[in-house]
Ligand binder design. Sequence first.
Ligand SMILES: [Zn+2]
Length: 298
Amino acid sequence: MRMRRYLAILPFLFVVGLSPAARAALRVVTSIPDFGAIAGEIGGGHVEVTALVKPTQDPHFLDAKPSLELALNRADLLLVAGMELEAGWLPALVAGARNAAIQRGGKGYLDCSTLIPPMEVMAVDRAKGDIHPGGNPHYWIDPRNGLRLAQGITKKLGEIDPDHGADYAAGYARFAARLKDRMAKWQLRLAPQRGTRVVAYHRSWIYFLDWAGFVAVGELEPKPGIPPKASHVAELITAVRGQNVKYLVQEAFYPTQLSQIFADKTGAKLKVLPTMVGAAGTHTYFDVIERLVEELTS
Ligand SMILES: [Zn+2]
């Protein structure tokens, strides 16, 4: 009787005993899905990626659910956008996760804004309500920064998991070669459209527009994070009259009512476009940039 019970327990012990060795994948948690998509391209089967922000959510504002804390508790590496993008919700989650490795300054913490040349750091309006007080944090949809992110993430993966360093380096080489090739092709398509004037709902497009050679003319939001009022939009319509604004760009998580009025009054085309991997049927980082180039050159 005793013996039989012991034998019944054996397979369970075997599985439990085996699991730490079998779990080879590095647990990478990212705020926005784009960092995870890039880490996945580089790390392949060596990484297991979880993004806290859904591609359909405003990354500035997130409901900090306890399930997100659990993912952070188990994480080997945390990739954040920094520049205060996640200032409203991530610090409390990270504190609650009780995981020393992923605290700011920990070996499993990477602030991805340290990998790119930040824009609008000096031009900030620190007046109440501006949610870009540390510079503009929407840098990942510029593929030049995609390349820099890939390089920095590769270095970090190699530091945390040196056994697979050569694989990460190879993953980076493949990703970088493909991205450089695509960037050259995208630039050929963008070149005839250089100087295209664009208004945005939120000031989340400046890095992309800079790379594309487009001109950011204004935003519907009077300040980043302050919802547009009809009066401000009316002023903007007057201000841009005669400037040939071709597009009004915005993410799907913003309302379109005032945007549509702006488009109707100015002749600009309203384009609701993805800025994160997974939005609008995109699956990869390449898909997102391809969609932006396609929609803004057609
Ligand atoms: Zn923003």
